[in-house]
Design a protein around this ligand. Structure first.
Ligand code: ATP
Ligand code: MG
Length: 569
């Protein structure tokens, strides 16, 4: 490819509102342009990278028996109604009508459509297992489209769906896909971790996320040397015991105007861990009471899962008053009636706790579980904290880290086949529900994650397998006859040997060409300079490793060694 023919509008800088390095470098290197919030145009350089990532994905998916298909990207409402996801997805779903006034949505993911295909086309156990996948655009009306292509309204995803006769087959296949994903992200050159995750709107019993480690990531994960890893939304928080105390009688104490946990703890001269916070939520339209230790935070994902709730939010003041007869700051668990109480595991271990009294300006001290209040459910509903130990080895302190979710795999079991009646006939002629798995990769997120992980002050440093070009040839004086001759000779030879090489034939200053080569992150520069022959006419330089630098006196000597360095021999 000749640089002069390539649409590669590199920029010196970006506007100051671009606050994340991957977007900055994608815009500066001429990979993308912004159309509007959450919508991007991908220019040729980006498309080359996308194709390289897609090829790695296709290669690994085909190797484990995946078959590529193309499904529509707009779906009729009726199919999303079958699983209730028309409502569950809520505002994230792009909905619209056709000219006949029928409702449609743009694909956020394709479970319903692929299950519809399977229920119509798969009949017998003999046709299972099967895994279908596609690579294409997905659409989500994200609340906050941000961080460029990391969270956009339209993005490229590889989504795969597998169908099985039983759990054993699904479980086996899940492990095979997990391994294929490990290969994909390794080949993409990412530094990543595999962690346990929650299933969110997609649902199902078990799920793992692939997190590219970077401080700019939206996801927070915990890791342990014992091998445990989980998204903080999922990470199990063990119950915490407190020192035993002599159980005292409850006592109402006037706390005029003292509402916040910190002020209450100060007033009673106790640590926050002695307080029970009482929070009223609305879960699937029904009010519930949640009890959490004063120094802990509710993990709403765990709570949703526990209650099978799609919608969960704080109750407003009116509802709170109708349930407790008081205002926020003085709510407590004692005496609440006709409402489900859910307590975190650590709450019931607090001895002589302090709670709100359900009377304005009063708290109650020396409150103990069972004697003074009870819960309908006691479960792990809190966010893991920096003081927690690993729930697996129950020994080590957890390491907190941040990252970007680049892939997510789920065991959906029979969730969709039950709702959509997708069955097969088994060996004994019985009708059975199909077990299902689904497996997503955010292709555009891989690009941004790689940039977040691999860049320096001069620009991007692409991992070799996803780099848009293997090497860039920079002639020092392209208009010198001999330089031109040798440049084209090398260019043609490398191209013939399967090397994706960019030739910078532009009539620009060399320093400018070097800057562009560094900015767009090409792993190797091959510099041609026939002006000082005795010092060598061909030079190869690595973008990231100064030890890989060689100078050659002539074409014959250089070509073999260049091919070796580029790993093509
Ligand atoms: P997140 O929690 O970040 O919103 P998700 O759980 O909604 O992600 P999935 O439904 O599992 O994502 O989608 C599969 C993959 O698609 C994700 O792992 C991610 O890499 C990618 N992805 C999801 N939403 C977006 C988006 N808005 N922009 C770019 N990529 C996305
Ligand atoms: Mg999402």
């Amino acid at each position: 490819m000749l640089f002069s023919k390539l649409l590669l509008p590199t920029l010196k800088d970006t506007s100051s509102d671009v606050n994340i390095i991957s977007v900055k470098l994608m815009i500066k290197s001429g990979m993308i342009r912004k159309l509007s919030s959450g919508l991007y145009e991908f220019l040729p350089l980006a498309v080359k990278i996308i194709r390289k990532i897609e090829n790695i994905i296709r290669n690994e998916m085909n190797y484990i028996g995946g078959q590529e298909i193309i499904l529509p990207t707009m779906f009729p409402k009726k199919i999303f109604i079958e699983t209730s996801r028309w409502d569950i997805y809520g505002k994230e779903l792009f909905k619209f009508k056709d000219r006949k006034n029928s409702d449609f949505c743009l694909s956020p993911t394709s479970e319903e459509v692929v299950v519809d295909f399977i229920r119509k086309n798969i009949v017998s156990y003999k046709q299972l297992p099967i895994m279908l996948y596609q690579i294409g655009s997905k659409f989500r009306d994200e609340i906050r489209p941000r961080f460029g292509v990391l969270r956009s309204k339209e993005f490229l995803m590889k989504d795969a769906y597998s169908f099985h006769i039983n759990k054993k087959s699904l479980n086996n296949h899940y492990d095979i896909v997990l391994n294929a994903y490990r290969n994909i992200f390794t080949r993409c050159g990412l530094n990543f971790q595999i962690v346990e995750a929650t299933s969110g709107a997609i649902g199902g019993s078990s799920s793992h996320e692939f997190i590219a480690i970077t401080n700019n990531g939206e996801d927070q994960i915990v890791l342990c040397d014992c091998g445990y890893g989980a998204n903080v939304e999922k990470a199990e928080a063990l119950s915490i015991n407190q020192d035993k105390e002599i159980v005292s009688s409850i006592e109402e104490v006037a706390t005029i105007g003292i509402k916040s946990s910190i002020d209450v703890a100060k007033f009673f001269k106790v640590p926050l861990a002695k307080l029970i916070k009482t929070i009223i939520y609305i879960a699937n339209d029904i009010p519930i009471v949640v009890l959490i230790r004063g120094d802990h935070k509710v993990n709403e994902e765990k709570l949703k899962l526990l209650l099978s709730a799609n919608r969960l939010f704080f109750a407003d003041e009116k509802i709170i008053f109708s349930i407790t007869n008081t205002i926020i700051g003085f709510i407590g668990p004692i005496g609440l009636k006709n409402i489900k109480i859910i307590a975190d595991l650590s709450v019931i271990n607090i001895q002589n706790a302090i709670v709100g009294s359900n009377k304005e300006n009063y708290h109650i001290k020396n409150v103990n579980y069972d004697r003074d209040y009870k819960a309908d459910i006691v479960a792990d509903i809190r966010k893991i904290s920096k003081n927690d130990i690993c729930p697996k080895c129950k020994k080590n302190k957890l390491i907190f880290s941040r990252g970007i979710e680049v892939g997510h795999i789920f065991k959906l079991n029979t969730k969709y086949s039950r709702l959509m009646n997708a069955t097969y006939i088994d060996e004994k002629c019985n009708k059975k529900l199909i077990e299902m798995g689904c497996f997503g990769i955010g292709i555009t997120r891989i690009i941004a994650s790689a940039i977040e992980q691999f860049h320096d002050i001069n620009g991007i440093i692409w991992p070799k397998e996803i780099s848009p070009f293997d090497a860039v040839i920079i002639p020092i004086n392209f208009f010198d006859k001999e330089t031109k001759k040798i440049t084209f000779k090398i260019y043609e030879k490398l191209s013939k040997c399967g090397i994706d090489v960019l030739l910078d034939d532009r009539d620009y200053r060399v320093s400018y060409k070097f800057k562009d080569a560094d900015l767009i992150g090409i792993p190797y520069k091959i510099i041609i300079n026939c002006m000082e022959k005795d010092r060598g006419i061909i030079e190869i330089k690595s973008r990231c490793n100064k030890n890989i630098e060689s100078t050659f006196l002539n074409y014959e000597e250089s070509i073999h060694k260049i091919l070796k360095i580029l790993n093509k021999l």
